[in-house]
Design a binder for this molecule. Structure first.
Ligand code: ARG
Length: 469
């Protein structure tokens, strides 16, 4: 061993130590230490494989495995000294391991930090997807409970933030459930993409040694439904592919965007102007100056943090787009954005679920808003269509009725019939029967529409699918 060696793992060809600034810019252990247990798992599988193919003997393997247990315990009990001069989680663990098990000097055989970090991250992504899916599911439960608890409440639905047509508030919440179900599918697809083992790709071109990649993949749980191991097919791609990071961050960003829109709806609904809901004290804050204020900070922060998730996706795209194959150290910057997206999204999902389960609906304010007869103007058009009036004409006729109601300053359903008749004589005296919310919703009875029956059957189907499985 060279006596000039200045760096424990790669210092052989160097005369001088890295500068302190190089250590500062180069270290990743401050954030990749959260991969420690995955890294140890990978080392266990790798060591077992080295023994299987005859590179380690039984007693060397035993010593390495015992050493890994010791290091793992130290990390779990927070008795592990993370050293930034050792750069990253991989070298910290290897150095500590060699101290308790000198046989571990053989552990890095046929392995590089490049395939090691790719493998650690794939294991991390698989767990992260499972935990995000569980948190999304809890939010779905809260949406379903809210929908059931307020099954009778009807509110105006909006387009352009202008009153459009009446909808049960449950229909509005179930729209978010649809988004959240797509989000779960997105994370489940990311899980599938993560479930491929890159270990054995080495630094760039695999290894000359007789390693057994399938054995390692199987040991680490990179297997298909039949239990067959799945491994990457190109060593250069395997050590420099970061699509998975982008896919994961993107799945977080899309879910965050949905949560942001949900938050915005509740922020609007809780304002004095709408007054549809009251937010729980636990997720609102007061003003240091204005004693009357109850601010929707929880939802606002979800809305704000969703921007951060989108930003993390952009960071990863920008970081990758100009990199030549294969590994470049730029890629060390790939972890912070995905850890941040995961941490923030997890918090956002938990806050959204907890807030929703404590929101109360102000039924009388909803009833007052939805009693606006203009919300049923389209239903009057449909009424004329059923009488054989062409749709474009019917639309025009109802437009004239709306104009009349504005000029007479009378609600649409209080226009004097003699004036109505003048606009179009095909409007019968019984046209006022259209102005029933009950009929309006009952008639919207097909799949995807907001009749109470449709909503009830959707809720029960969703509950069957998601109730604490
Ligand atoms: N800490 C590094 C990273 O996260 C591990 C890979 C280092 N590889 C290397 N060739 N320097 O990217």
């Amino acid at each position: 061993m060279s006596k000039n060696k200045q760096q424990a793992t790669w210092g052989g060809r160097f005369d001088n130590k890295p500068s302190d600034l190089m250590l500062q810019i180069g270290e990743s252990v401050s954030f990749d230490c959260r991969l420690a247990l995955y890294d140890i798992e990978c080392s266990r599988a790798h060591a077992s494989m080295l023994e299987k193919v005859g590179i380690l003997n039984e007693s060397e393997l035993k010593s390495i495995l015992a050493g890994l247990d010791t290091v793992e315990k130290a990390i779990e009990s927070q008795n592990f000294e993370w050293r930034s001069d050792l750069e990253d989680v991989h070298m910290n663990i290897e150095q500590a391991l060699v101290e308790v098990s000198p046989e571990a000097l053989k552990l890095h055989t046929a392995r590089s930090r490049n395939d090691q970090v790719a493998t650690d991250m794939r294991l991390w992504f698989k767990d992260a997807c499972v935990s995000v899916i569980a948190d999304i599911e809890s939010l779905v439960q809260s949406c379903l409970e809210f929908s059931e608890a307020n099954a009778e409440v009807i509110i105006p639905g909006y387009t352009h933030l202008q009153r459009a047509q009446p909808v049960p508030i449950a229909h509005h919440l179930l729209a978010y459930v649809e988004m959240l179900v797509r989000d779960m599918n997105r994370f489940s697809n990311v899980w599938d993409s993560a479930n491929i083992c890159p270990l054995g790709s080495g630094a760039i071109a695999g290894s000359t040694l007789p390693i057994d990649r399938l054995f390692v993949a199987e040991k680490l749980g990179f297997v298909d439904d039949e239990g067959c191991p799945i491994i990457t097919q190109n060593s250069m791609d395997a050590v420099s592919d970061r699509d998975l990071f982008i896919d994961f961050a993107n799945a977080c960003a899309v879910t965050g965007m949905h949560l942001s829109r949900l938050s915005e709806d509740f922020i609007l609904w809780s304002s004095s102007e709408f007054g549809f809901v009251r937010l729980p004290d636990a997720f609102t804050t007061g003003s240091s100056l204005m004693p009357q204020k109850k601010n929707p900070d929880g939802f606002e922060l979800i809305r704000g943090k969703s921007a951060r998730l989108i930003g993390n996706t952009q960071t990863l795209f920008s970081m990758m787009k100009g990199l030549p194959l294969t590994y470049n150290r730029d890629m060390q910057e790939d972890k912070m954005p995905v850890f941040d997206s995961y941490d923030q999204l997890t918090l956002m999902l938990k806050v959204a679920a907890a807030t929703l389960s404590d929101v109360t609906v102000n039924e009388s304010r909803c009833a007052k808003s939805v009693s606006d007869p203009l919300l049923l103007a389209t239903d009057v058009v449909d009424y004329l269509v059923l009488k054989g009036v062409p749709f474009r004409d019917a639309h025009h006729i109802v437009g004239a009725l709306v104009k009349l109601s504005e000029s007479l300053e009378l609600p649409l359903d209080e226009l004097p019939y003699d004036k109505v008749k003048v606009i179009d004589e095909r409007i019968d005296k019984n046209w006022l029967s259209v102005f029933s919310l009950e009929t309006a919703l009952k008639s919207r009875k097909q799949i995807g529409m907001p009749s109470m029956e449709q909503i009830a059957s959707q809720i029960s189907a969703l509950k069957g699918r998601f109730t604490n499985s």
